[in-house]
Design a protein. Sequence first.
Length: 423
Amino acid sequence: MTLRILHTSDWHLGSSLESASRDDEHRRFLEWLLITLREEAIDVLLVAGDVFQYAQPSAEAQRLYYRFLSRVGRETSVRQIVVIGGNHDSASRLDAPREVLDALRIHVVGGLGSEPASWERCLCPIERPDGGVDAVVLAVPFVHEFRLGIRTTGRSPAEITADFREAFTGLYRSLADLAEKRWPGAPLLATGHLTCVGTHAGEYGTEIHQVGTIGGLPGDIFDPRLEYIALGHIHRMFPVEGTRARYSGSPLAMNVVESRSPRYVIRIDLDASLPAGERAATHKILVPQWREIIELSGPTEEVLGLLRALQSKLELPPFVYVKLEVDEYLTDGPFRVNEAVEAHPLATRPRVVEIHQHVAGREDASAEGAERMSLRGMKPEEVFVRLYQARFPQAQPGDLLLTAFRTVLSQLDEPPVPEEASS
């Protein structure tokens, strides 16, 4: 018998584009996903982290999530849902309703504590009505390196790389050992929310696991007994070379650059009768696009003309970034852009999410504007480097200082979670 699994990740419920809500698109995606689960006769749904955009999601984002979970049980033949926490999620918030969700065959692992004895809760057997087990999922969430005993302060990049490799290899190996001992012969799958080799800067919202120091984690951290590893964090769909691990990517484009690439979920057909290592066949499923994200750039009149004539064949009006190339700053620039937008009927009216004026020969329309725009688009490490250079002109921070900064930053990214909430 073939077990059908669907892998998705990085929903980022509650996210916005500048100040423009994405709730309408997320509603449509979750409705489409319900239909896809039915049409593809999916048995297991894997959600590989970053369910929410924020650690404290809005009431509407939580409503979308829980309403979807309840409908899967009522309206599809899915036997098991597995949800893991990502670096954007609050581990304790995802885990809070765990006992209730377990009763609905929804296995949630928001985060892990530091004690290996608590990691056993990652194991999720996919049970048959007769009590047998078709497969076991090692539901590994985003795990901060601190939880794995990794300490990066005062260590070289090579030492940090070796520590990460050893710790993550040990995590997946120990879970595979536990699963094999409890359910001998059952195919093993896993999840993860991390950055593997083959990724590029800009394909994720936040650097995790010291990726700025060590690059992506090597593919050999995944135990060879795993038939498939469903990964999250990277917003592009691609396989990790030399492994059975894949990223499904985000179902919605999160910015202009991502909007240029199609979005997917992945179906996995798992056939236990095949030889080990050859049991999982993958099929990508294209996610529809409900809204365009467009960038209009050029001389003012040209851009205003394009904006007036802008049409979209998609269900929702487009989000538009406007960049005006001007000789001097236009005080009435935003008014003229708004006037062009209002030329559209209300139902098709595009939403301008940002207006930027670029004055010829200048970085920005004003020194104040330049500082505001650059800070908004910069990552914390870039701000740190610029501040260092302002303090020490003509100098660059060394590797040791950058590693120490990344260590501090990683602690800020993940507030300490009480052990009782993580175990």
